[in-house]
Design a protein around this ligand. Sequence first.
Ligand SMILES: [Cu+2]
Length: 120
Amino acid sequence: MKTKIVILSSLLLFAILLLSAKAFSQDKKVATIKIKTSAVCDMCKERIEQAMAFEKGVKTAVLDVDTKIVTITYNPSKTTPDDLRKAISKLGYDADNVAKDKAAYAKLPACCKVDAAKKK
Ligand SMILES: [Cu+2]
């Protein structure tokens, strides 16, 4: 009888440990996404990285100017890939299949516009 109680209580303890470990890992959960943008130069890089740093749920954002790909690590319980793409679009840049916000694009310096880069 006593062993049964010990087994039952250790099973219970084990279950509690499992549950708390799961809750803990969900808190720390971080996802990574690579989004293709229409960034042109280092100014674009700074603009996108800084704006993304203030975006909800974003941990880090690094843009590679050569590939135009921004790599973002984020908390999936706080934001979604679609929200991140929309945030980039609002800065005036394409983000994967989300087209740039035209008003924001118009406000970008000339060197940061896609057409300007093509003319080079
Ligand atoms: Cu630029």
